[in-house]
Design a protein around this ligand. Structure first.
Ligand code: CP
Ligand code: NVA
Length: 299
């Protein structure tokens, strides 16, 4: 049976930590210009049903640096856009490629791909989770501060796909996640229950950010929610991570954002472009963390 990465907890906690170590090694190899073709000749199909900059570039560059190649498939110019079932796509691609990465809407689509295919499937973002993002976020924290166990993290804003992954990883790796969100935009109660005491929800963003070692946020309207943008912008008034809010966090708190960001909405320019922000390093770590993931699933 193939191993998959459909959501964060598909890697047990020990494996998760060992991948972060490997990601750090791979980063050093890449920086030194040392070849590391551990997936020589392997092919990764990359299905995109939503836009992407970082996810596409990190997977395509990553598989190339490991000695393989990435194939970009968009809904617009593949048969998926003309209604070919995902199960048939899974069966056909499994005859030809070594793994499939998919960015799509429903988590169920990713699960069907894994169920009907014979190769590893990687979730490159769904409406529910963004597990590859969290691998890079964790690498960024581990590289700078060591293990995240026991740390206090604040998520300010919409309890979206990225937040759901933060919730799972909080429980998995043993840190506290404090979510500051307006009423009506809180996490799914079942997921909250699953995460137990690792996750606390606050309506007041100042309560969520208090003494945080790491502060993170994301757009107020995710891909697929464009029509709700105006309504969301007004619902999230007061939830911008700006200098005033950041003052409640611990002095050396890091600021992360999965990007793309909307300066002046979920985050001020002062914060995202300021000294506590590690967003570019975080974006770059998508490459290294996913190379470690591909080695784990495809070698
Ligand atoms: N953070 C992230 O997944 O970025 P892209 O949408 O550009 O891939
Ligand atoms: N929550 C955002 C993340 C983009 C990387 C979205 O789903 O659009």
């Amino acid at each position: 049976m193939s191993k998959h990465f459909l959501l964060d907890t598909d890697l047990d906690a020990a494996t998760y930590r060992s991948l972060l170590e490997r990601a750090r090694e791979l980063k050093a190899l890449q920086r030194a210009g040392t070849p590391h073709r551990t997936l020589d000749g392997k092919v990764l199909a990359m299905i995109f049903e939503k836009s992407s900059t970082r996810t596409r570039v990190s997977f395509e560059t990553g598989i190339y640096q490991l000695g393989g190649m990435g194939l970009y498939l968009s809904t617009r110019d593949s048969q998926l856009g003309r209604g070919e079932p995902i199960a048939d796509t899974a069966r056909a691609l499994s005859e030809m490629v070594d793994a499939i990465m998919i960015r799509t809407f429903a988590q169920d689509t990713v699960e069907q791909l894994a169920e009907h295919g014979r190769v590893p499937v990687i979730n490159g973002l769904t409406d529910s989770y963004h597990p590859c993002q969290l691998l890079a976020d964790m690498q960024t924290w581990f590289d700078r501060r060591g293990d995240i166990r026991g740390a206090r993290v604040a998520w300010i804003g919409d309890a979206n796909n990225v937040c759901n992954s933060w919730m799972l990883v909080a429980k998995h790796l043993g840190f506290e996640l404090h979510i500051g969100c307006p009423p009506g935009f809180a996490p799914d109660p079942d997921l909250l229950k699953l995460c137990g005491s690792s996750v606390t929800v606050h309506q007041d963003p100042r309560a969520a950010i208090e003494q945080a070692d790491l502060v993170t946020t994301d757009v107020f309207s995710s891909m697929g929610q464009e029509e709700e943008a105006a309504q969301r912008l007004s619902a999230f008034r007061g939830y911008q991570v700006d200098d005033t809010l950041m003052q409640g966090a611990s002095k050396d708190a890091l600021f992360m954002h999965c990007l793309p960001a909307h300066r002046g909405e979920e985050v001020s320019a002062e914060v995202i472009d300021g000294p506590q922000s590690v967003v570019w390093e975080q974006a770059g770590n998508r490459l290294h963390a996913q190379k470690a993931l591909m080695e784990h699933l495809m070698a």
